[in-house]
Design a protein around this ligand. Structure first.
Ligand code: ATP
Ligand code: MG
Length: 622
């Protein structure tokens, strides 16, 4: 029987509760800078000054010329859950300010010495208030300018473990600088100043976004900016990308904002990076500052303790939209034809113009042709509907330099078929009406070669097909519309215990790629369908190999679980080297490769295509 003395649960003191909350909100000096900047921006200021000493360890001070606080509001400002920004639960789903929790000042003041000076515009008196480790002083009159100055000193004075975890001054200052950069990019209409001890780091007058970018990152950025602006009923996006030439070896200049709030989003960064990968090498990272506008009810900004991450209601739409817009902006800049064509939201109507893409044994797409299915994604609409061929895209990418002496008549070899793209697409393998100029050659059953007006290109058939299958399968996992060919007789397959548990784990993704698999007892499974791209008959070794490759993948590119699985599938399903291809197959391969989002690299970033300009070939004969 328990007695009262056995009771062990008690409510923590306010002081301790605040200190625990501070552990989440205040991680390092840059967190203090962020919270104070948020408050300064929310106060309506048009001028904000940040002063840090010892990279913020000794002091972070933020001065704004915003609305200021009344005498009575000052102590409240440091109470937890005290805020002027929201009052009802509904407000939480309709946030227009950076702050909303009423938590930052309480947290900061529980782990530092805080001094606040404030005056409202029109008030005769200003006020000053001190709070040290949660212990408040009286509010006393003070001579101060309209606005608010908050000074946070001796951060973590009462949490030595936190203090010990801080990194070098250089690292802490870098975090502070990034935080100021984020605020300054989000609000070019506000002037910002950042000083470290006595040294001025930024002095940024109110300006346009392009000038703000130049002010922060240097003048050469301004000339290299690529503007983006587009909106749909779901999301708007504007901001700037940069010429790939300006990409840097380190990350750190990638800025995403939603409704003016900076956020991190690995997947969006990955998408943007992958669109850029056509132009930049591995481990190079472009600058971008992209501003999403979404109905505040459609984005949850309350999913992360320091509000660094957000959750879009419709993550997929935002991703697809972003990819389309970035791709279009870069393609326009570099005059690449719009292979993506359709802007987000334009769904494809009706069938495409491509004929079946059929490899005699390794591949067949009898029910739902490869090309037709490939058009589902909005990115592919323009490409397929306009009937632009892969060769035409190569022509545009590598236009003739004016010294075309390849012997072709005006208009070049490809004109015939460009005028009538249906012709080549519907030819059967046995039909041999190929223009010499439109021809494809296979080298060692491994490479496909063709000519453009300004040179020739060589495509690795395996890498190219891997890219095609990879993008297609990835998009089926996103759309949930896989294409499956049903087996005449379902196959029962026994797995090892470890393969079986792995199979269980990846089953939902395998189904989205197009496998129909039902788990049975005793480590066995019934396979009744496989993706349309896969050769029927080898279900067991194929599934086993996919599982093995998925498990043992340690390639150079960081992939999510889903991408890894799709990669393993693509590597198994792609036409192998050593396979002879007909003219129609080669043409289909090239067309479909250049309909991909990222035709130039396979999923592991190996080149699919090498272009050799005619000039280089001429030089060899000199
Ligand atoms: N620089 C400032 N100028 C004017 N008012 C301020 C300033 N800083 C804080 N306040 C007032 O103090 C309140 C509490 O600030 P605090 O940062 O703790 O919470 P919040 O901004 O409301 O929410 P969050 O915890 O999400 O930041 C604010 O709601 C605001 O009314
Ligand atoms: Mg705040």
């Amino acid at each position: 029987m328990s007695t009262t003395t056995d009771n062990v649960i008690h409510v923590l003191s306010n002081e301790l509760a605040n200190k625990i909350a501070a552990g989440e909100v205040v991680e390092r000096p840059a967190s203090v800078v962020k919270e104070l900047l948020d408050n300064a921006i929310d106060s309506g200021a048009d001028s904000i000054r940040v002063l840090v000493m010892n990279a913020g360890r000794s002091m972070v001070q933020v001065t704004d010329n915003g609305c200021g606080l009344s005498k009575d509001d000052i102590p409240l400002c440091f109470q937890r859950h005290a805020t002027s920004k929201i009052s009802t639960v509904e407000d939480l789903y309709n946030i227009h300010t950076l702050g909303f929790r009423g938590e930052a000042m309480a947290s900061i003041s529980s782990v530092a010495h805080v001094n606040l000076k404030t005056k409202r515009v029109g008030d005769e008196t200003g006020w000053e208030y001190d709070i040290r480790g949660g212990k408040p002083s009286d509010v006393i009159p003070a001579a101060t300018e309209p606005g608010t100055t908050v000074s946070v000193k001796n951060l973590f004075f009462n949490v030595p473990a936190r203090r010990a975890f801080l990194k070098t001054d250089a690292t802490e200052l870098r975090h502070i600088i990034i935080t100021v950069q984020q605020a300054a990019l989000a609000h070019p209409e506000i002037s910002f100043e950042l000083m470290d001890d006595k040294e001025s780091i930024y002095k940024l007058p109110a300006s346009s976004l392009a000038d703000r970018i130049a002010g922060i990152f240097g003048k050469p950025y301004k000339a290299s900016l690529i503007p983006v602006q587009e909106s749909t009923s779901v999301v708007g996006l504007k901001g700037y990308l940069i010429d790939p030439k300006m990409a840097k070896k380190n990350r750190g200049e990638q800025f995403l904002f939603v409704n003016g709030r900076p956020f991190m989003h690995r997947h969006l960064n990955y998408i943007i990076q992958s669109v850029y990968s056509t132009w930049i090498g591995k481990e190079q990272y472009p600058f971008y500052a992209l501003f999403f506008e979404v109905d505040p009810q459609k984005v949850d900004v309350n999913v992360h303790p320091t509000k660094l991450e957000v959750k879009f209601d419709d993550e997929r739409s935002v991703s697809t939209f972003t990819r389309s817009i970035i791709k279009r902006a870069l393609n326009e800049r570099f005059q690449v034809p719009e292979v993506g064509g359709g802007v987000f939201g334009e769904e494809i109507q009706g069938g495409g113009t491509s004929g079946a893409f059929s490899f005699e044994s390794g591949f067949s797409a009898p029910r739902d042709s490869f090309a037709n299915r490939y058009q589902r994604g909005p990115d592919r609409a323009g490409f397929q509907q306009s009937g632009v061929s892969g060769l035409e895209i190569m022509e545009k990418l590598y236009p003739s330099g004016g010294n075309d002496d390849s012997g072709n008549q005006q208009g070049g070899p490809d004109n015939t078929n460009f005028d009538n793209p249906l012709l080549s697409r519907h030819q059967k393998p046995q039909e041999k009406h190929y223009d010499r100029g439109r021809g494809f050659w296979q080298l060692h059953d491994h490479y496909v070669i063709s000519q453009t007006r300004s040179g020739m290109f060589i495509v690795d058939q395996y890498f190219a097909h891997m890219r095609i299958i990879y993008e297609k399968a990835l998009s089926s996992t996103e759309s949930g519309l896989p294409s499956t060919q049903q087996l005449l007789f379902a196959q029962s397959i026994d797995f090892s215990a470890s393969d079986f548990s792995l199979l269980k784990e990846v089953l939902p993704t395998l189904k989205k790629i197009g496998f129909n698999i039902q788990l049975l007892s005793g480590n066995s499974a019934l396979v009744s369908g496989v993706p349309a791209d896969l050769n029927m008959g080898d279900e067991k070794p194929i599934i086993e190999t996919i599982l093995q490759e998925y498990q043992s993948y340690s390639g150079p590119v960081k992939l999510s679980h889903r991408e890894k699985l799709v990669m393993s599938f693509a590597s198994k399903a792609a036409i192998p080297r050593g396979k002879k291809l007909s003219q129609v197959e080669m043409e289909a391969l090239i067309d479909q490769l250049f309909a991909c989002d990222n035709p130039f690299l396979d999923p592991l970033n190996r080149p699919t295509t090498v272009f050799i300009p005619l000039e280089d070939i001429h030089k060899r004969f000199k």
